[in-house]
Design a protein around this ligand. Structure first.
Ligand code: MN
Length: 480
């Protein structure tokens, strides 16, 4: 079968697992600790030091693998990947090669959304490995330093098949994958801290050719935008080579953010010989089938299914369902508030506008938002049953974030209960009409849009306590 020209893109994603300690020793995993203070003979590779596998890392890796639809193998094997680099004190990395922890997964193209149109991306493998240390180039002028705190930190490496066909799909996929991993709570996925790092390989398929050409590998793509930009750059470069009748060479390119260009770092014509061999200091990894089944049973609802359920169960639009499932915590918050308010659409509106806006303005994470969802629900019930107006509700919520007090307490203390009493509202209306005789005359002459003006005046006179709907009604009846 021949196919038109196109791209074949695969990703390789390294994800730091959220364990307390490293993969083969008891050193704490701690971002930003003073350099070389989280090290020991094992992760420094001192002679005679022996690795011991961290079971928590295996559990997280199993959960990640299941969440990505992989088959988890009961037996896998660590291997040594030998190479020389200053940030690799042992002279080899402990990783997995022939017998990875998991294989044959599949993830919706846009796992966080409905945007992928049902397409999916195959996961070739997912394996466990240790991270290397970090070379630091900005600490001493003209010299490089090495920080080994990161050496031995547990990673999973996720390798996709080259199923992605455009740079924008690659970006969409990575966004969804990150969201899925966050839901699985296997990593903080913080790309700025390097907890999630992505490399990509790309090849162009020329028209009439069934199989794509030689792929090149792109490194240093540490954001969604860089991933997409680098892939666009490299696709264009390869297309030009092919159109000129040339052949793309297999090589590794480093994305240079400042230059907005990719440069070759090494040629892989003869693949680097890492002299892989089975790790002699560690027995094969055995994962009990019962543990796999328990982990499968405990998987959280994935984000795209949760978004779908939000649409159907709560009548949310696709856009709103997506906003409210952006993180597992936000989705949990919304669901708890909706239940407490007994009004999902009010909860959705208030969470998306008031709550998110406040968090944005204050640069605070939802985890630290001072109003628990049950309290927001209480407030929404008071708005819903007309105890206070929507405007007043906003004011009360603002006071709740400042004081930590419940809505009912603030409403009572500040005397904010909405006035629906017709006589009192009529008195405010009379005052407002008298204060604005010209507008009052136009209103009486039939200029209906002035009703809104007078509702506003009444709200002002009543310090916002008048029921605006009732006020509008009385105005309409009175004037007609
Ligand atoms: Mn790796």
């Amino acid at each position: 079968m021949t196919r038109g020209p196109g791209l074949a893109i695969g990703l390789e994603i390294h994800v730091q697992l959220a364990t307390r300690t490293k993969l083969f020793c008891g050193d704490r995993v701690e971002f930003g600790a003073a350099p070389n203070t989280r090290v020991c003979p094992v992760c420094l590779g001192l002679p005679g030091a022996l690795p011991v596998l961290n079971e928590a890392a295996v559990r997280l890796a199993v959960r990640a693998a299941l969440g990505l639809g992989c088959v988890v193998h009961e037996t896998s094997q660590f291997a040594r990947k030998n190479y020389f680099y200053p940030d690799l004190p042992k002279g080899y990395q402990i990783t997995q090669l022939d017998r990875p922890l998991a294989t044959a997964g599949s993830v919706a193209l846009a796992a966080g959304t409905e945007a992928g149109g049902g397409r999916s991306v195959r996961i070739r493998r997912l394996h466990l490995e240790e991270d290397a240390g970090k070379s630091v180039h900005d600490r001493f002028p003209g010299r490089s330093a090495v920080d080994l705190n990161r050496a031995g930190v547990p990673l999973i490496e996720i390798v996709t098949e080259p199923d992605l066909t455009s740079p924008s799909d690659a970006r969409l996929f990575l966004i969804g994958l990150k969201r899925t991993l966050e839901y699985l709570e296997v990593s903080d996925c913080d790309m700025e801290k390097g907890s999630l790092r992505v490399d990509a390989n790309l090849s162009v398929r020329s028209a009439g050719n069934a199989s794509p050409g030689e792929p090149t590998e792109l490194k240093n793509l540490n954001s969604f935008a860089n991933l997409e930009r680098a892939l666009r750059f490299e696709a264009e470069r390869q297309q030009k080579v092919v159109e000129a009748g040339g052949a793309v060479r297999r090589e590794t390119l480093l994305w240079d953010v400042d230059a907005d260009a990719a440069r070759p770092i090494r040629s892989k014509t003869a693949a680097l010989d890492y002299r892989y061999f089975p790790e002699p200091d560690l027995p094969p990894v055995r994962v009990d089938p019962a543990l796999i089944e328990a982990a499968r049973a405990a998987l959280p609802e994935p984000p795209h299914l949760r978004a779908r359920r939000f649409r159907h169960a709560y009548g949310l639009t696709p856009d709103h369902a997506e906003v409210l499932t952006a993180t597992r915590r936000l989705a949990d918050y919304f669901e708890a508030a909706a239940a407490a308010a007994a009004d999902p659409s009010a909860a959705a509106n208030w969470v998306m506008t008031e709550v998110l806006a406040w968090l944005n303005r204050s640069a605070v994470e939802l985890a630290d938002y001072p109003v628990p969802p049950a309290r927001l629900g209480e407030l929404l019930r008071m708005v819903g049953d007309g105890t206070i107006s929507t405007t007043m509700g906003r004011h009360v919520l603002a006071r709740m974030t400042e004081t930590g007090q419940r809505a009912a307490h603030i409403v009572e203390e500040e005397g904010l209960t909405q006035v629906s009493d017709d006589d009192r509202i009529a008195a405010w209306i009379a005052e407002a009409l008298a204060a604005h005789p010209e507008e009052a005359a136009r209103l009486r002459a039939g200029e209906a849009k002035l009703r809104g003006f007078f509702v506003g005046r009444v709200m002002k006179r009543s310090d916002g306590t008048a029921d605006p709907r009732r006020t509008e009604e009385i105005l309409r009846r009175g004037i007609d």
